[in-house]
Design a protein around this ligand. Structure first.
Ligand code: G3P
Length: 294
């Protein structure tokens, strides 16, 4: 059991209520959960249906998603459950927001995930006006996080932004630097955006997230299990992160940029190849569960 709680809230990065329960037993608490179309496609019941030849219609997929988050919702604490809209590269802000509003009503502690794209940011702008809580996902740059801040300024609820650490590492860049840069930039802000470390692949990512004082971290069950079996280590005062990739290669640093958070959000350069690739991957995983005609 976790006796010394970190300041960082711990969320499970997954799509299976049984797994969340297992982690909760192991840790004694789970502050929240994040889901996404790839994780929902991997849910054991959905996988079983597909294996037995029963692909889903898009309505059935949505119903399954709702059931999954409704089962997770009461298990977790006040960081809530993040639910992702189904968006491809052509989905408009209005379409995302309409899904978001519907999903937000599924559970009392929902956060709606929109991608860090122009349309996703517009959807976030609409959402915060209606007090629909948001988690801006597929964030790979400090500029995107700057735009999230500016687009959601005035939100009555905390807004989450999710920098994806592991996917930057995958292409040889130091994903932890993006988290660090965003935290530094937000020191000049009003605190309405909380940083949620995501795509956490190993214990060092987790410990660095703690050391950087991120407000939240979403972590796969297997990394949390490793943390538990290692007796819940915490970063020492002189903790330094070794920026090496999965193959031991040194990761390229990502430099800090001076950005003015008071600029209009549309003026930030939010383009990032990994955001588009991430959307395409979510679409592919989502479609893999659907009937051909759906
Ligand atoms: O929280 C985001 C996460 O689900 C993505 O992780 O390992 O697919 O990059 P990964």
């Amino acid at each position: 059991m976790l006796t010394n709680r970190p300041k960082t809230k711990i969320l499970v990065d997954g799509g299976d209520p049984d797994e969340t329960l297992r982690v909760k037993k192991l840790l004694g608490l789970v502050d929240g959960q994040t889901t996404n179309p790839s994780l929902i496609a991997k849910n054991p019941e959905i996988q079983q249906r597909i294996a037995s030849g029963h692909s889903l219609t898009s309505q059935e997929e949505k119903d399954e998603y709702r059931k999954i988050v409704q089962a997770i919702s009461p298990i977790v604490g006040d960081a809530g459950v993040s639910i992702e809209v189904f968006a491809d590269l052509d989905t408009t802000a209005e379409e995302m927001f309409s899904q978001g509003e519907e999903m937000f009503a599924w559970i009392p502690n929902a956060y709606i995930k929109y991608p860090c794209t122009h349309e996703g940011l517009r959807a976030a702008e609409m959402s915060v006006r209606q007090r629909v809580r948001v988690n801006m996902t597929l964030c790979f740059s400090q500029e995107q996080a700057g735009a999230v801040y500016a687009a959601t300024k005035g939100s009555k609820e905390p807004v989450y932004v999710s920098p994806f650490v592991g996917r930057l590492d995958d292409r040889g860049e130091d994903g932890i630097d993006v988290v660090k840069n965003i935290k530094t930039m937000y020191r000049n802000g009003d605190g309405h955006v909380h940083v949620l470390g995501a795509s956490i692949r190993h214990l060092d990512h987790l410990l660095s997230s703690f050391a950087l004082d991120v407000e939240l971290a979403t972590v796969p069950a297997k990394v949390l299990e490793k943390w538990a079996t290692s007796k819940f280590p915490m970063p020492a005062k002189d903790f330094t992160y070794k920026a090496v990739g999965a193959n031991g290669q040194v990761l390229k640093p990502i430099p800090y940029k001076e950005l003015d958070l008071n600029r209009p959000w549309q003026s930030f350069d939010i383009r990032h190849e990994l955001t588009s690739k991430g959307i395409q991957k979510f679409v592919a995983d989502y479609r893999s569960t659907l009937k051909r005609s759906a």
